[in-house]
Design a protein around this ligand. Structure first.
Ligand code: FES
Ligand SMILES: [Fe+2]
Length: 446
């Protein structure tokens, strides 16, 4: 298997075999080896403000329900009835103590227990084991400064270990103000005829595409972009903290420059909060670094300037369901939150100026990878292969992880390296052991 994966991804040369974007076998292995093992973003705790609130989402292709239980703790369960497998909750979000399956009426309380079954006495003769047929729980749930994650793998490292140094950089977005962040309203959801890795790759480190792909949006002046510096001349870095995660940051000499980097309409707010960020995070993260884009392996992404929080749900080798939320500092004034919401819609919503640019590129790359001849040619990820920044501590002693220049594919190589490591391990993830499993062969038809 190792040789097979090495054939697909040679990251010392920066080459990828295009079949990883179209091969159904590779995709099926990803569901097991990536999505059933990794910590995956569920949402933000501000989406569950009250007891009994819930929302539904996906972990890989597995549908799940995320609940705020009556005791205030968070639960996450497969959205699958233990009778025939019907989806027990069809709503995107709401408030409910229990979920009743619309097929035959089995009812599950919001802590996953099977609490009532039609005909339990007269049909099942009280012999159905209710305790053994609750909703299937995830193996672990984690909360990093309000972001809720879960994994199906009981042997996965803790969420803190999984995020590693990426968490320290994420604090620039999640913890720069006392109240942290909140999510505004619901999610935009749209289908893109692309493999899930294209958008994850784009957000992990592709600052290179901006001046070309988004040139028309910049030129339109629709969103104030021409007032900012354009082209490839940004100072900054691609940060490769390990674990397949990646983060693009711009470098500012001081607070004034940091504020100037914000979109013009956001600068008054940025100026008002920058001292608080410096007190909370220190000089490097508070005054020198301006977050731009990030991917948390495998399928969560962020764009800081517009407050875009994304999950790329896989729906087959050539289909991805994108979910996008707008996040803001919880303590920001209402007028700033309103501006962020509009900015998000105009730029990163389903028909946003930038979104349309990106989506078409990913779709065309996926389509090209379907051709037999095209698949004989590798995809190129060699940018910055030989000029990684040798000693980031000389730039600033607090910098963590490996650093590439702002235009570098160091983060894509880190992303696919992690992908290849996980794909080379064929062992099954440690999914939760159910208290009672089916008697597989007893009384089997003869
Ligand atoms: S499938 Fe849910 S009650 Fe039958
Ligand atoms: Fe883009």
């Amino acid at each position: 298997m190792r040789a097979h994966i090495d054939h697909l991804a040679d990251l010392t040369r920066g080459e990828l075999n295009r079949s990883i974007f179209t091969d159904p076998t590779v995709y099926e292995q990803e569901l097991q080896r990536i999505f059933a093992r990794c910590w995956l973003l569920l949402g933000h705790e501000s989406m569950l403000p009250r007891p009994n609130d819930f929302f539904t989402t996906y972990m890989g292709e597995d549908a799940v329900i995320v609940t705020r239980k009556p005791d205030g703790s968070i639960g996450c369960y497969l959205n699958m009835c233990r009778h025939r497998g019907n989806r027990v909750c069809r709503a995107d979000a709401g408030n409910a103590r229990a979920f009743t399956c619309p097929f035959h009426g089995w009812t599950f309380s919001n802590d996953g227990r099977l609490s009532s079954v039609p005909g339990y006495k007269e049909i099942y003769l009280e012999q159905l084991d209710l305790d053994a047929h609750g909703l299937v729980p995830v193996a672990q749930i984690g909360n990093y400064k309000g972001l809720l994650f879960a994994t199906f793998d009981a042997s996965a490292p803790s969420l803190t270990d999984y995020l590693g140094d990426m968490a320290w950089y994420l604090d620039m977005m999640l913890d720069r103000r006392e109240g942290g962040i909140e999510v505004l309203g619901g999610a935009h959801k749209w289908l893109v005829k692309t493999n899930w890795k294209y958008p994850a790759d784009n957000f992990v480190g592709d600052s290179y595409h901006g001046p070309v792909s988004h040139k028309s949006a910049w030129m339109s002046g629709f969103e104030g972009m021409p007032r900012r510096k354009s082209g490839y001349g940004y100072e900054g870095f691609q940060v490769c903290p390990g674990g397949g995660h990646g983060f693009g940051v711009r470098w500012a000499e001081d607070k004034d420059v940091l504020v100037d980097m914000a979109l013009p309409e956001f600068q008054a707010y940025e100026r008002s909060r920058v001292d608080e960020a410096e007190r909370r995070l220190g000089a490097l993260r508070g005054t020198h670094l301006s977050p731009m884009h990030a991917t948390i392996f495998p399928n969560m992404s962020l764009l800081w300037q517009g407050g875009a929080l994304r999950v790329w749900h896989p729906k087959g080798p050539n289909l991805t369901e994108a979910w996008g939320w707008c996040f803001v500092d919880r303590d920001a004034p209402p007028e700033h939150k309103a501006l962020m919401r509009v900015h998000q819609l105009q730029r990163h919503g389903t028909s946003g100026t930038w979104e349309a640019d990106d989506v078409d590129n990913w779709v065309q790359c996926t389509n090209a990878s379907k051709g037999y001849v095209a698949r004989q040619y590798t995809q190129n990820l060699e940018m910055g292969l030989t000029d990684e920044i040798p000693d980031p501590k000389q730039i600033h002693p607090d910098l963590r992880g490996r650093l590439g220049k702002f235009q570098s594919e160091i983060n894509q190589r880190g992303f696919y390296k992690r992908w290849a490591e996980l794909m080379a391990d064929a062992s099954a993830p440690s999914t939760p052991v159910m208290p009672h499993t089916a008697h597989a062969c007893e009384g089997a038809a003869r």
